[in-house]
Design a protein around this ligand. Structure first.
Ligand SMILES: *Cc1c(COP(=O)(O)O)cnc(C)c1O
Length: 347
């Protein structure tokens, strides 16, 4: 029999206590509303099954994914009736599958409503568009008979700019309240992570945080409340000495100004550590800070070991990945920083 493959040279350390604590903090900030959890895109790159399990243990009951396949992966973790699929049924096959599994479609259009009713109907969620002009029922379609025929559990809408102070937030709030007055429903839901910080008017019965669960800080009100969850770590594969004038990496973008000791780390752009970190990223070994030298390669990066003279081949280092700071340093969004993290990490 083939023995198990050795462990990966890179791992995503997940602080489960911080993840659970972030959900509790957001649930508390949601006041009378319950906080659900967006676990789409593989739990924002951290692992959907892992995050859903931890969040459920913390008390979360309502989970949101984008695709039917994402919901399928969670069927033995989350009760199907508490799993909402944001993209809704695109085809009769989707609708039939929702009926067979008991998971909940989010209806986004008159066409989706008709598909759902034709498959037998039953409890569903309804997404109304209040100004993001992305996925969701136009308000002008609220009176359509197919919409009137739905048994709506969660009536939701999605804020376009909750991370900013803009009149668009209040405008969307007013339209969502109008839709809630018009369409019978069990629970109303508007706020994503940032929306929770906009105050009780935005909370309805259910909030839908994603980013902040995983350590993202989309608004200042959440700073100091939200803790980092994901820590990318990788093995140091080789240590080498450079003479002054020697150059590092593709296209030789770094030249050693003096003799230096550098390390080759098993973390590259194929892992989501993109080339934007070239000459800019920081890794850590305990207190020591190890700047990335030259261009990030597909499978590895080179770091300066000046502050870590004892670090040896086989030791592990950690990329600085506090999301607000990492976003400012890299130019990537906090969402991208998480969802980029590749499949080679053990989680
Ligand atoms: C992704 C998503 C969320 C979560 O948003 P965050 O900004 O990550 O908190 C909530 N609702 C919908 C409809 C979403 O697509």
């Amino acid at each position: 029999m083939m023995p198990d493959a050795p462990p990966a040279a890179l791992r995503l350390a997940v602080d489960r206590a911080a993840l659970a604590g972030n959900w509790r903090a957001l649930d508390l900030m949601s006041g009378a509303a319950a906080a659900g959890a967006a676990v789409k895109a593989d739990g924002y790159g951290i692992g959907a099954r892992l995050t859903a399990q931890v969040l459920q243990d913390a008390g979360a009951r309502d989970f949101f994914v984008a695709h039917w396949g994402e919901a399928a992966e969670l069927l033995d973790v989350v009760a199907p009736a508490r799993l909402s699929v944001l993209h809704g049924p695109l085809t009769a096959v989707d609708a039939a599958w929702a009926q067979a599994t008991g998971m909940r479609p989010v209806i986004n259009s008159v066409r989706q409503a008709a598909l759902w009713l034709a498959s037998g109907g039953g409890p569903c969620d309804l997404m109304v568009d209040t100004g993001i002009n992305r996925l969701g029922l136009p308000l002008t379609d609220l009176g359509d008979p197919a919409i009137g025929g739905l048994a709506v559990d969660v009536l939701l809408s999605h804020l376009a700019s909750a991370d900013e102070d803009t009149p668009q937030n209040a405008a969307q709030l007013a339209r969502w309240q109008g839709a809630c007055a018009q369409i019978p429903h069990r629970r109303a839901s508007l706020a994503n992570s940032a929306g929770i910080a906009l105050g009780p008017a935005y909370h309805g019965a259910l909030t839908r945080p994603g980013l902040a669960l995983y350590g993202g800080v989309p608004r200042a009100e959440l700073a100091g409340v939200i803790r980092q969850v994901a820590y990318p770590q990788a093995a140091l594969m080789q240590v080498r000495m450079l003479a002054a004038g020697e150059r590092v990496g593709y296209n030789a973008t770094f030249t050693a100004p003096a003799p230096m000791r550098v390390g080759v780390v098993a973390l590259g752009y194929a892992d989501g550590y993109l080339r934007c970190w070239s000459g800019k990223g920081l890794m850590r070994a305990g207190e020591a800070v190890l700047p990335v030298l030259g261009l990030v390669s597909m499978d590895m990066s080179v770091v300066d070991l000046a502050e870590a003279p004892d670090l040896a081949e086989g030791d592990w280092v950690e990329a600085e990945y506090s999301l607000p700071q990492a976003a400012a340093a890299s130019g990537l969004s906090q969402y991208e920083l998480l969802t980029l993290l590749g499949r080679r990490f053990s989680r």
